[in-house]
Design a protein around this ligand. Structure first.
Ligand SMILES: Nc1c(NC[C@H](O)[C@H](O)[C@H](O)CO)[nH]c(=O)[nH]c1=O
Ligand SMILES: CC(=O)[C@@H](O)COP(=O)(O)O
Length: 149
C-alpha cells in the first residue's frame, strides 16, 4: 500500500447527528492506520457518486489525487418509493465507479428502516460502519497495489 495513503471522504449530511458518528468512525480508522484524508460534504446520498467523479476529473487536470475514497451517508425508509431510488441508485453508481474507474472505495452509506437502526450502525462504539468503510477503502488500496493496478 502507498505508505501513507490519502483518502477523500465524501459524506452526505442528510441526517446531521448520524453523519457526525459515521465521520468520527471513519476518521479514527484512517488515523489509526496513518492515512491522511480530506472531507467533502454533499447534501444527500444521491450526490456522493458525482462528487467522487468530480474529484477523479480534477485529478486528471492536475488537482489533488486520492488513493481511495470513503462514501458516508444514511438513507432511512420513508413512506414512498423514494427510499429505493436513493438507496439503490447511490449504491449502483458507486459500484460502477469502483469497477469502471478502478478506484479503491469503501461504501458506508447506511440503508435502514428507522433512526434506531441507523444509530446502532453509525456509532463508533457499536457497529461503526463509518470505520468499517474506511478500513475497506484501505484494504482495496492494498489489493490494487498487489496487482499493480
Ligand atoms: N431521503 C434521503 C435522501 N434524499 C435526498 C437525495 O439524496 C438528494 O439529495 C436529493 O434527491 C437531491 O438530489 N438523501 C439521503 O442521504 N438520505 C435520505 O434518507
Ligand atoms: C429516502 C426516503 O425514503 C425518505 O427520506 C423520503 O421519505 P418519503 O418516502 O416519506 O417521502
Amino acid at each position: 500500500m502507498a505508505s501513507k495513503p490519502t483518502i477523500l471522504i465524501v459524506e452526505a449530511r442528510f441526517y446531521d447527528h448520524i453523519a457526525d458518528h459515521l465521520l468520527a468512525g471513519a476518521k479514527a480508522a484512517l488515523e489509526a492506520e496513518g492515512a491522511t484524508f480530506e472531507v467533502v460534504t454533499v447534501p444527500g446520498a444521491l450526490e456522493i457518486p458525482a462528487a467522487i467523479g468530480f474529484a477523479l476529473s480534477g485529478a486528471d487536470e492536475g488537482g489533488a489525487d486520492f488513493d481511495g475514497f470513503v462514501a458516508l451517508g444514511c438513507v432511512i425508509r420513508g413512506e414512498t418509493f423514494h427510499f429505493d431510488i436513493v438507496a439503490g441508485e447511490s449504491a449502483r453508481a458507486l459500484m460502477m465507479l469502483s469497477v469502471d474507474e478502478g478506484i479503491a472505495l469503501g461504501n458506508g452509506i447506511l440503508t435502514v428502516e428507522n433512526e434506531e437502526q441507523a444509530l446502532v450502525r453509525a456509532d463508533p462504539a457499536r457497529k461503526d460502519k463509518g470505520g468499517e468503510a474506511a478500513k475497506a477503502a484501505l484494504a482495496m488500496i492494498a489489493i490494487r497495489d498487489r496487482f499493480g493496478g
